[in-house]
Design a protein. Structure first.
Lengths: 98, 530
């Protein structure tokens, strides 16, 4: 079973967009590897012929008419925004350059 | 007021007694709400079951319930009979249920200051039923935990021993009911988060079938596993609360269009009648649920409960759920994988904690999420991100979904053999001390070994008190086929009937007296000693 190096932990934290301190990295490396050891048990089972179950009840695709319906009050929604400009959320720049 | 309607006596009534008293006019919804608010304010320093209490809103809702009752009375007895049993009854909500204009922290700093812009489906349903929402209860952050020690707002104590945890993640909802701060409450159960704290606090808690209750307006943890359910001090009250919130809602497309049985409201009031239901019923006793490391006192209480069911005429047969032992590993891949996806929404842009350093968007995300999430949530996001990442998806996530199929088939086989329900322990131990399992996450995860297979298979399960071990409550679990909640409540009510005369039923949580001391140590102070 795979084990995670410190660099792997750092990489996964980056993928998850989690800022972690050096002390957190050290703790996570030990804890995550300990948890991964538990996962090794699953290899005992031959599941080649077993279909996956992502969800457990019989459901059909839910459709509804494409009509305008009431939605949330913009003022109440925008009241939660950390930074707003009128009726807009202010987001950090995601494109480089000036 | 006469002695039997003194404020504290009102808090010791069952919800079904409150319903009777409201209808007979001997008490008002306002008196009930005021009595519970007073007791909560007086006793919550040492318990910390609550994250917010809204007296003003609760009393206004209670007045509205009283007005509706008065109008129904003027209209006639049919109008009074049409009121829901939860009408005028106080209720507490786990702090991940949206109540318009109120907080919904999910026990996390990242949602501090957030105000819900709308009501959850179950909040609308509770309002329609006339229930009175007192406030919001403490929980492990994003429902990730089994002790409520992972709350960003500090731990909750167990009313039976203030130095111990109430279980989790819905520990606040369970402790509040056990401590008579509210007759009923709402929790959520993704891997055992209703049943396990119900077990540890000596009350009744049900996780319904996946799809029974809408999750619209409830903070998501793992969407293929999460369900909403009731806590109460007996089966009848829990069943009535489930009845009030269950049912289809088009805003949660996983909520099923399956009728909610009215049987939930007609559980026998008579103990002998309730017990008689057991005659000829066939229960499976899964060997694998007597897990290694189970406390002898817990196993003894479960075996005694089984003997009591048999003595009342039930047939209990040993059965096997052979993939139980793989449930923990599979669950701790599936749940974190779904959580890592669900929690991607906390980006500091639209709501919640936001750390903007003036750098690029990436550094803002890292700072917002790094500072807003606590250690257990970070661990789970990391696990889930890793299990879903390129090169590991097949080995971890897909493998876990296949094992999930095997776990579900184990149960399906037993339903095919005609068992009415399975009977099992809820948790391997009684409530543990603060700090006992926080150093090693795997130790904490193991406390869910007997509950999480039910979530993996989407089944309903109920935990009910079945006695004490070293003075601490033990929970008995009934597990049923999909949509069999009414039968599980019959079984629970029958067990109450069988054990109606047991000495442990008359015992109140041993920590209640200490909670009356205004200088009692807080749970955070107790936890800091460990």
């Amino acid at each position: 079973m795979a084990t995670l190096s410190r660099a792997d932990v750092q990489h996964v934290a980056h993928l998850a967009r989690l800022g972690v301190t050096e002390a957190e990295l050290v703790a996570l490396e030990g804890q995550l590897n300990h948890i991964l050891e538990q996962y090794a048990k699953l290899a005992e089972l031959d599941t080649d012929a077993i279909p996956p179950t992502a969800q457990v009840i019989e459901l059909e695709t839910i459709l509804r008419d494409d009509v305008v319906r009431p939605s949330l009050d913009p003022a109440a929604v925008l009241a939660n925004s950390p930074e707003r400009d009128g009726d807009f959320f202010v987001v950090p720049a995601i494109l480089g350059g000036d | 007021m006469a002695d039997d309607t003194a404020p504290d006596a009102l808090t010791e009534l069952y919800a079904h007694d409150m319903a009777d008293a409201l209808r007979s006019g001997s008490v008002s919804a306002r008196e009930l709400a005021a009595a519970h608010l007073a007791r909560t304010h007086r006793t919550d320093r040492g318990l910390h079951a609550w994250l917010s209490i809204d007296d003003e809103r609760a009393l206004a809702e209670a007045d509205a319930a009283d007005a509706r009752l008065a109008a129904a009375r003027a209209e006639g007895s049919a109008a009074v009979a049409a009121l829901h049993p939860m009408h005028g009854v106080p209720v507490a909500l786990k702090d991940l249920v949206s109540v318009r204009g109120g907080q919904a922290t999910a026990g996390s700093r990242i949602l501090e200051g957030y105000r819900a812009p709308y009501d959850a489906h179950i909040t609308e349903r509770l309002r329609a039923a006339g229930a009175v929402i007192l406030g919001k209860t403490n929980m492990d952050e994003f429902a990730m935990g089994s002790s409520t020690e992972h709350s960003a707002y500090g731990p909750t104590s167990n009313p039976w021993d203030l130095g111990r945890v109430p279980g989790g993640s819905s520990g606040g909802s369970a402790a509040a009911v056990a401590a008579f701060q509210t007759p009923v409450s709402i929790g959520t159960d993704t891997g055992g988060s209703i049943r396990q704290p119900a077990s540890m606090c000596g009350i009744t808690g049900m996780r319904p079938t996946y799809g029974r209750v809408s999750r619209y307006g409830i903070v998501a943890f793992a969407s293929s596993l999460d369900q909403v359910g009731p806590f109460a001090r007996d089966a009848r009250d829990a069943a009535a609360l489930l009845h009030a919130v269950a049912g289809h809602d088009e805003r949660d497309s996983t909520s099923a269009a399956i009728p909610v049985p009215d049987d939930l409201l007609t559980l026998p009031t008579d103990d002998d009648e309730a017990a008689a239901w057991l005659r000829g019923k066939r229960f499976g006793l899964p060997n694998e649920y007597f897990v290694s490391g189970m406390e002898p006192g817990v196993e003894a209480r479960i075996r005694e409960a089984v003997a009591a069911l048999e003595a009342a005429g039930a047939i209990v047969e040993p059965v096997s759920l052979p993939h139980t032992d793989y449930g923990l590993a599979a669950y701790y891949i599936v749940a974190p994988a779904e959580a890592s996806s669900n929690l991607a929404r906390y980006d500091g842009v639209r709501f919640g904690h936001s750390a903007r350093g003036g750098g690029d968007y990436l550094s803002d995300y890292l700072a917002t999420r790094g500072g807003g999430f606590g250690p257990e949530v970070k661990r789970r996001i990391m696990l889930g991100t890793y299990a879903l990442s390129a090169g590991y998806y097949d080995a971890f996530y897909l493998k876990a979904l296949k094992v999930r199929t095997l776990i579900k088939r184990d149960f399906d086989l037993l339903w095919g053999q005609g068992f009415d329900a399975l009977v099992a322990p809820t948790a391997p131990s009684v409530a543990f001390k603060f700090g006992a399992k926080t150093a090693d996450p795997v130790e904490m995860y193991l406390t869910d070994a007997c509950t999480l297979p039910v979530n993996m298979a989407g089944l309903p399960g109920i935990s009910i008190p079945c006695g004490l071990s070293d003075g601490l409550p033990v929970g008995l679990q009934f597990i049923g086929a999909p949509w069999s909640e009414a039968e599980l409540f019959r079984a629970a009510r029958a067990y109450e009937g069988v054990t109606a005369g047991a000495a442990w039923r008359k015992m109140s949580p041993s920590g209640l007296a200490a909670l009356e001391d205004p200088g009692v140590p807080t749970p955070a102070q107790r936890a800091a000693r460990h």
